[in-house]
Design a protein around this ligand. Structure first.
Ligand SMILES: [Zn+2]
Length: 460
């Protein structure tokens, strides 16, 4: 008998930004969208060690929207726990995902060891994942048979990070889309998020569901002002930056400012082996950049400029402390809940000549978030540090759509759209966006909770 129902389970990444993991079932066929790490006050929350809410061995296929840790970080655990299906993503997502999984393994497993826990996963689990990981470009159909009915799945450009995709399932004349994270279009480096009109059911991210960003121009001016201030005062500027996209975007804009003579040459350190490797992925996959960036990269190394030094070695990273100002350090992790930037925080937060330029979304409880919220004393690696450094926020560099742009993204679907599931945002943000969608378009919008399962009838 023909199956007329689709089940969606919001395993995690519901009422929370991180831990993206959704299960969609068409009859007997089970598909996952993302298998990310749950992150909060900790780089990896304890909940990541719990068994999955489904049997990984029963899942046929995993689709990966993009290479960020909160979308790929538990893929090796999925393999470790018995998944033997196929994985699909765009080519850059596979490469960035691999780098991110390898990089995070050390941090996650060190924390697990300290807590007396078994490693979350091992290198061999990453290798097993990569062995079954296929790549498809945007709009290439991936075909399945579900109870005798054809199911077609394809990626569309989300414009969030290099290779980022929305996943669209097309079955019995209905289309169900998961946005993953949606880019802050127009982006310096990427193409715009694709406009979608043909969607019946939409699961949409909501990181900035209740807020709007600063304008692009303002953020560039703020960045320039911070760098100039650092030069004039011979100070220290620390920019905690996500290794994927944010760092490349910063490098691109700094490169332009230095080459146009808007900034003097100043010692800048890219202190992140991951960001250095990811920057090379950008250089290998230029067709995933927007046309403007593609044109520039033909004649200029857009991520490199006089004064920039790449720091691979951790001893060299520690030695940065002894160099006189002015100096600018770009280091991960972006939320300061792990990575080399934590050492820099320990060294410089107590220094009134230092500035921390916090860029983008900060999860509650992370060091970057409490600093933005104005905390005066923090404990880092067992040392109490009185915060004397200047804490500045640059929100325009977000890689996510803001509230107005999320609403504008939904608008072209109105008429066909039957229901919206608001996911991948803190509760307040998700509720706010759901309400805006209901009020603006008279479309049903709900905020599922972690673990909720909904059934969609295809005969409506
Ligand atoms: Zn993301």
């Amino acid at each position: 008998m023909k199956n007329n129902y689709v089940n969606i389970s919001f395993i995690s990444g519901a009422r929370s930004v991180t831990g993206s993991n959704f299960l969609i079932e068409f009859g007997e066929k089970k598909f996952l969208i993302d298998c990310g790490l749950e992150q909060g006050t900790r780089y990896a929350e304890e909940t990541n060690h719990e068994p999955f809410a489904y049997d990984p061995a029963s899942v046929d296929v995993l689709f990966v929207t993009h290479g960020h840790l909160d979308h790929v970080g538990r893929i090796p655990k999925l393999l470790k726990d018995g998944f033997r299906g196929q994985i699909y993503s765009t080519p850059p997502t596979k490469e960035i995902g691999e780098l991110v999984m390898i990089d995070s393994m050390k941090i996650i497993n060190r924390a697990a060891e300290e807590a007396g826990r078994e490693a979350l996963y091992l290198q061999e689990d990453i290798d097993h994942a990569l062995a079954r990981w296929n790549t498809k470009d945007y709009h290439e159909a991936i075909l399945f048979d579900c109870d005798g009915e054809p199911l077609s799945v394809s990626f569309r450009d989300a414009g969030h990070i290099l290779g980022s995709a929305m996943v669209v399932f097309s079955y019995q004349g209905k289309k169900i889309a998961f946005t993953g994270d949606l880019g802050n279009t127009p982006s310096t480096l990427l193409s715009d998020t694709e406009v979608m009109r043909d969607i019946d059911y939409l699961a949409i991210e909501s990181v900035y569901g209740d807020r709007n960003h600063e304008l692009h121009f303002e953020r560039k001016e703020k960045l320039k002002a911070s760098v100039l201030h650092t030069v004039q005062t011979k100070g220290i500027l620390v920019i905690p930056a996500f290794s994927v996209e944010r760092t490349q975007e910063l490098l691109f804009e700094l490169n332009e400012m230095v080459e146009k003579g808007e900034l003097p040459q100043v010692p800048m350190y890219l202190d992140s082996p991951l960001a250095i490797k990811v920057t090379d992925v950008f250089k290998r996959h230029t067709k995933y950049l927007n046309s403007d960036a593609q044109n520039k990269i033909r004649t200029d190394d857009i991520f490199n400029f006089p004064g920039l030094t790449r720091i691979q070695d951790s001893e060299e990273s520690k030695a940065l402390k002894d160099l006189p100002g002015p100096k600018i350090i770009i280091a991960g992790a972006g939320m300061m809940n792990g990575g080399r930037v934590v050492h820099h925080a320990k060294n410089y937060l107590g220094n009134p000549h230092a500035t921390f330029l916090i860029v983008g979304y900060q999860a509650p409880g992370t060091l970057a978030r409490v600093l933005v919220d104005g905390i005066k004393q923090v404990r880092i690696y067992g040392v109490e540090v009185e915060v004397k450094a200047k804490i500045e926020v640059l929100s325009g560099y977000s890689a996510h759509k803001d509230s107005d742009d999320l609403v504008a993204f939904v608008e072209p679907m109105v008429g066909r759209l039957k229901k919206v599931f608001v996911i991948l945002g803190e509760l307040r943000s998700a509720l706010f966006l759901a309400q805006r969608i209901k009020d603006s378009f008279d479309v049903d919008a709900v905020v599922p909770d972690k673990g909720d399962k909904v059934t969609i009838s295809l005969v409506q």
